[in-house]
Design a protein around this ligand. Structure first.
Ligand code: FRU
Length: 483
């Protein structure tokens, strides 16, 4: 039931060949979702960055197209965004609206001098199939900052202009522009707030309605690079606050993680999702700078997370960003087992799967078990385990026995979510060839994690240790296609 390439995902985008990192330029236009990505077309490790390109009708089944943007005299093509210029603010589209990519040009400098990063434009008249670089690139430079990259641009309807958020060292700079070409600095965000363990990268800023209210808040996503002292490698944090068109004012100073797993980085949201749809859809790079160049895949490297719908809720008087896989995923599954509630007392039960991917949901209430959880068995001997620990209120994913792990010491580190309570937990778990995405309590917590087993998921088991627990709901969905 498995392809010869054991790690190649079924539900997640991965390049046919060679290296990939950040998602770039995600935009919806003329019935297609576009995913561009950081890509080295010559090797399966990071190198001269291009923008690879894929399109999809449902964000799950992707068709990889030709490379969209290649390095030039101004340097490599680093991360950035894409928008539809509906009003022809750029003058690139006298006939009909089209796509504009806003990206970082990165050029290495001679010894001693810093690298140079500047922002540039390219535009397309044929739904992103071919691109023209703007003749007056770059459109935004900085004379002193070596790290000055990853522009994410959106149209601000009330102000009638474009807003760009850009990572600059350990701050985010916010710019505005009438035409994507002339940019004015509005403010800087980040000092004394959030996590500053490493360089800030790949920002995104967008509004979200607050569930069950008429309120709207702005969410600021910021990825934080790796440095050897960090136990989890590269990670992504978010802030909730207000944006007045010039400045972002956060509601809090503390660190909030978007994901509790190690493999969700540099994620941002799609641009130009139609208003009648109204979703804010996010996806990230499903890897970690700590070991991304070493993961045991052959001929290709890295995959994206599933696309996720973001929402904003309040919990204990605080804002919380929730995420759930997009509903388009459902058509890839059929529910085959929807079993009755089960009581487990110091025992383990198994659901046989033997499929290359699976989607399972459980709701468990604890009686008096000191620890309970779920095991994903790969073949007979390997497993990844989700432990829920009521005393410490923790959920932990242990992938140390899941298959190939020896390419990085960090890979076996336990991934932990600190919960408010662990007596009543709902979970959705999506298992693909080489990944596990765990969503707890209807998306309040996400934990995204790679695994490199040699065999497919043979079964899932639930266990209760030193006591009893109830599985009040359980549903296992298997692929809707035959393998
Ligand atoms: C984030 C990042 C970006 C940069 C790109 C280079 O993973 O470091 O800041 O634009 O990757 O590939």
């Amino acid at each position: 039931k498995q392809s010869t390439d054991k790690a190649r995902p079924y539900l997640h985008f991965a390049p046919k060949k060679n290296w990939m990192n950040d998602p770039n330029g995600m935009v919806y236009f003329n019935g297609e979702y576009h995913l561009f990505f950081q890509h080295n077309p010559y090797d399966s490790v990071w190198g001269p960055m291009h923008w690879g390109h894929a399109v999809s009708k449902d964000m799950i089944n992707w068709e990889e197209l030709d490379i969209a943007l290649s390095p030039d005299d101004l340097g490599m093509i680093f991360s950035g965004s894409a928008v539809v210029d509906w009003k022809n603010t750029t003058g690139f589209f006298p006939e009909e609206p089209g796509l504009v990519a806003i990206f970082t040009h990165h050029s290495d400098r001679k010894e001693g001098a810093p690298a140079v990063q500047s922002q540039s434009l390219a535009y397309s008249h044929d739904n992103g199939r071919t691109w023209v670089k703007y003749e007056h690139n770059p459109v935004l430079i900085h004379n002193t900052k070596a790290d000055f990259r990853d522009p994410k641009v959106f149209w601000h309807g009330e102000l009638n202009n474009w807003i760009m958020v850009l990572a600059a060292g350990q701050a985010i700079m916010i710019y505005s522009s009438p035409n994507l070409k002339d940019w004015q600095l509005e403010s800087e965000f980040g000092e004394g707030i959030g996590n500053h363990d490493a360089v800030w990268e790949c920002p995104d800023l967008f509004p979200l309605p607050v569930e069950n209210s008429t309120e709207k808040k702005w969410v600021f996503i910021v990825s934080i690079g790796d440095n050897p002292s960090l136990p989890m490698g590269s990670r992504t944090q978010y802030f909730v606050g207000d944006f007045n068109g010039k400045e972002f004012i956060a509601e809090h100073k503390d660190v909030r993680w978007l994901d509790y797993g190690m493999d969700n980085y540099a994620g941002v949201s799609f641009s130009d999702i139609p208003e009648e749809d109204g979703r804010r859809i996010y996806l990230g790079w499903m890897s970690n700078w700590r070991y991304a160049n070493q993961v045991p895949t052959t001929g290709w490297r890295s995959q994206m997370t599933l696309p996720r719908e973001l929402s904003l809720t309040t919990k204990n008087g605080d804002y919380l960003v929730k995420q759930r896989p997009v509903m388009e995923l459902n058509q890839y599954f059929i529910k085959n087992k929807n079993t009755k509630p089960i009581h487990l007392n110091r025992e383990e039960i198994s659901y046989f799967i033997n499929e290359p991917y699976v989607n399972a949901t459980f709701r468990i209430t604890n009686k008096d078990a000191a620890e309970y959880g779920l095991k994903i068995h790969y073949g007979e001997r390997k497993e990844a385990v989700v432990f829920i620990q009521p005393p410490g209120k923790k959920a932990i994913l242990d992938r140390s026995q899941s298959g190939i792990t020896d390419f990085s010491e960090t890979f076996s580190t336990k991934q932990t979510v600190q919960l408010e309570q662990a007596e009543d937990i709902s979970m959705q778990i999506i298992i693909d060839a080489s990944s596990i995405e765990l969503f707890l309590n209807d998306g309040e917590y996400a934990l995204t994690s790679l695994v490199f087993p040699n065999e497919i998921c043979e079964r899932i088991s639930l266990f209760a240790k030193d006591g009893a627990m109830d599985v009040v709901e359980n549903c296992i969905s298997v692929p809707s296609t035959d393998f």
